[in-house]
Design a protein around this ligand. Structure first.
Ligand code: ADP
Ligand code: MG
Length: 241
C-alpha cells in the first residue's frame, strides 16, 4: 500500500476494473452487466461460446465500443479508454487472426507498437523474444501463418505493456506452437487478458477465468473451479448441440 498520505488509492485499486458493463447492438445484448477486476501481474482468461461477447469486452477496454452503461477504472481512477491513447496507458492488444500492415516489413510493423525513447531496441527485443528476428526484413504476407501470429505478438510486446490483451492467440496454431505460446504468456511478466477457445491453454496458464454466455457472466474462478462448474459445462454443451 502507498505510504503517501495524499494518495488515497490502495493495493485493492491497482489494475483494471470493469463495473457493470452493458453493451447493446440494436436489440442484441452483447454484454449484460459484466464486472471484472484484473489485478497487476495476473493472467485472466475470458472464455465462452462463439458470440458470447468476448471480443466486445476487449473492444470496450480498448475504447472501440463505448458501453451503454457501466464504468472502467485503472488503478482506482476512472478510465475512459480511447484507442489512440491505449499505448499511453500501457495497454497493448493483438487482434483475432493476424493484423499486420502488408506493405511494411516485419520490423516496421513491430516498430509501430514500440513507444519508448528507444523503439528500435524494444522492437528487436520483441522480435527476438518471439523468435522472428530473422524475418525482420520480410513482408508479413510472405511468412507462414504461425510466424505472422508471432509477429503480431511481437508488435504488442514491443510496447512493453503493463496489460497485454490477446484475442484468440492460439487460433490456427499446432500443438508445438501452442506450447511455445503458453511459455511466452507465463513468462511475459505482465498482466495478461486472454480470450481463447483452446481450453488446455486457458486452463494451464490462467490464474482466473471469466465465463460469458450470451453476454452474461456465468462464472468467475480458478481453472479448477471453472472446470467443474455445471453451468459452464451446460453453456458449452448447449453451444455444441
Ligand atoms: N459491431 C457490432 N455490431 C453489431 N453486432 C455486433 C458487433 N460486434 C459484435 N456483435 C454481436 O455481438 C455478439 C458478441 O460478439 P463477439 O463479442 O464478437 O463474440 P465472441 O468474441 O465471444 O465470439 C455477437 O452476437 C455479434 O454478432
Ligand atoms: Mg471473438
Amino acid at each position: 500500500m502507498s505510504t503517501d498520505p495524499r494518495d488515497d488509492s490502495t493495493d485493492a485499486d491497482q489494475g483494471l476494473s470493469l463495473h457493470h458493463i452493458t453493451v447493446r447492438f440494436g436489440g442484441l445484448l452483447a454484454l449484460d452487466d459484466v464486472s471484472l477486476r484484473v489485478a497487476p501481474g495476473r493472467i485472466v482468461g475470458i472464455i465462452g461460446p462463439n458470440g458470447a461477447g468476448k471480443t466486445t469486452l476487449f473492444n470496450v477496454i480498448c475504447g472501440f465500443v463505448p458501453p451503454q452503461s457501466g464504468t472502467l477504472a485503472l488503478d482506482g481512477k476512472p478510465f475512459r479508454p480511447r484507442p489512440h491513447h491505449l499505448n499511453r496507458h500501457g495497454i497493448a492488444r493483438t487482434l483475432q487472426g493476424v493484423g499486420q500492415f502488408s506493405g511494411m516489413t516485419v520490423l516496421e510493423n513491430v516498430l509501430v507498437g514500440a513507444r519508448s525513447r528507444r523503439p528500435e531496441t524494444d522492437a528487436w527485443e520483441a522480435l527476438e523474444r518471439c523468435g522472428v528476428a530473422e524475418h525482420a526484413r520480410a513482408l508479413p504476407g510472405s511468412l507462414p501463418y504461425a510466424k505472422r501470429k508471432r509477429v503480431e505478438l511481437a508488435r504488442a510486446l514491443a510496447a512493453k505493456p503493463r496489460i497485454l490483451m490477446l484475442d484468440e492467440p492460439a487460433g490456427g496454431l499446432d500443438a508445438d506452437e501452442i506450447r511455445w505460446l503458453a511459455d511466452l504468456i507465463q513468462g511475459a511478466e505482465t498482466t495478461v487478458l486472454l480470450v481463447e477457445h483452446h481450453m488446455e491453454l486457458v486452463m494451464s496458464v490462467c490464474d482466473e477465468i471469466l465465463v460469458l454466455d450470451f453476454g452474461k457472466p456465468i462464472a468467475l474462478g480458478s481453472p479448477a473451479e471453472i472446470r467443474t462448474n455445471d453451468q459452464v459445462a451446460e453453456a458449452y454443451l448447449g453451444a455444441a448441440a
